[in-house]
Design a protein around this ligand. Structure first.
Ligand SMILES: [Zn+2]
Length: 397
């Protein structure tokens, strides 16, 4: 664990982000001892030629320090973010150790009456540790600002990204933005704001990536990037078709239970109506394929009802909770994203079905069935239905 702050014998704090010269530090090193502000362990001041000046524990790093291992990009990213905040008139505290919660965010600062804790994450940490730190910050009145290092960002084709469960932990919402992940690439000094995230498989999603230089983005835009750019999902139907293949045409499919259940209901994954598998952002709360959990909503809630019947968000949500309880679908933790839940995913799906003309909204969370879903009987019928649907319901908003 390499850090930028230490304490001297008399308790004075030394922060290497304050920009001391090598000479000053060398003089200091010969006359002073340095200690870890967290565990009190002895630290060495390292003044290498090729690395950023830093302190390192003489013996094993303390527990609080042990997860973010030594990494040059972590140190340089912290320094860049620290300087970036300072140029905006903010007084950030580097590696501020809060003895009350016994946590040390990379950078703590006050802004517009709120207290923020930046966690710039280069290495993957266990999900439970992420949750624990997040909850501790929240309960102590900090707004946690988790920022993944840019190298985690895996761009696929145009407008698609691969997102791991670890990266979804960083998904956050703001008053003006329904969901984004703020990556920071320390080697290039670039922010990559990934937004308009529409998951189409357990690990891939459509998304818009907005790249900004450090001096091209202010802290208020990092905290709230504003409304996302219009999402255009030109390949949604293609991705949906591929999803169905990997679920239904894969001999080692882990979705046998789902396929059997469809079969028992007289359905087939390759002969589903185009309204099953619609793109929504709240799908981030579920790591199962959208086409699977939406099939369950249709099976459990819609199929038994005729035109004119009432369908509610709460029954759709109850269906998903039940399915999650049975292990048919899996939820995904998104602790920083307000309003991402099974309930919200269910609500969004019903509103998409009303856009598609299947339901009509009658009240808050209450819909009526306007037309029954049309299950194609042959592959060619399926293709016809789908292309007709595509014209009426372009996957963009
Ligand atoms: Zn320590």
């Amino acid at each position: 664990m390499h850090v930028l702050t230490a304490k001297t014998k008399n308790g004075a704090k030394v922060c290497l982000a304050d920009g001391y010269s090598r000479q000053t530090l060398q003089t200091w090193r010969s006359s002073e001892e340095f200690f870890c502000p967290v565990c009190g362990g002895k630290m060495m001041l390292k003044l290498g030629e090729r690395k950023i000046f830093h302190f390192a524990h003489l013996k094993d790093a303390c527990e609080e320090s042990s997860f973010e291992r030594e990494s040059e990009s972590h140190l340089s990213g912290k320094l860049a973010l620290f300087d970036w905040l300072k140029t905006q008139g903010i007084q950030p505290a580097m590696e501020y150790y809060d003895p009350v919660i016994r946590q040390r965010p990379d950078i703590a600062f006050h802004f517009n009456g709120f207290r923020y804790a930046i966690e710039f994450q280069c290495s993957a940490i266990p999900e439970d540790l992420f949750m624990k730190r997040t909850n501790t910050y929240l309960s102590a009145g900090y707004i946690p600002l988790w920022i993944p290092e840019g190298s985690h960002l895996s761009r696929k084709q145009e407008n698609t990204v691969a997102l791991s469960g670890f990266e979804y932990l960083f998904l956050r919402t703001s008053p003006g933005n329904p969901g984004y992940i703020p990556y920071f690439c320390s080697s290039q000094g670039l922010f990559h704001i990934v937004q308009s995230i529409f998951p189409y498989s357990p690990s891939k999603a459509f998304a818009r990536i907005e790249t900004k230089k450090l001096n091209g983005l202010t802290i208020d835009r990092l905290i709230d990037p504003g409304p996302p750019a219009l999402a255009v999902l030109p390949f949604w139907h293609d991705k949906l078709a591929r999803s169905k293949l990997s679920i239904g045409a894969n001999p080692k499919t882990p979705y046998m239970r789902f396929l059997k259940e469809l079969y028992r209901a007289g359905m087939n994954i390759f002969l589903l109506p185009p309204e099953i598998g619609l793109p929504g952002t709240k799908a981030a709360a579920i790591s199962t394929y959208p086409v699977i959990w939406q099939s369950y909503v249709v099976l459990d809630v819609l199929l038994g009802k005729g035109e004119g019947s009432v369908v509610t968000e709460s029954e759709a949500a109850a269906c998903l909770s039940l399915r999650a309880g049975k292990g048919d679908i899996r939820t995904r933790p998104v602790p920083l994203a307000a309003g991402f839940s099974l309930q919200e995913a269910a609500a969004e799906y019903l509103s998409l079905l009303s856009l598609a003309g299947v339901l009509v909204q009658k009240g808050d969370g209450v819909y009526e069935i306007r037309r029954k879903l049309d299950f194609p009987k042959t592959a060619s019928e399926q293709i016809e239905n789908e292309s007709a649907f595509r014209k009426a319901f372009p996957a963009s908003r």
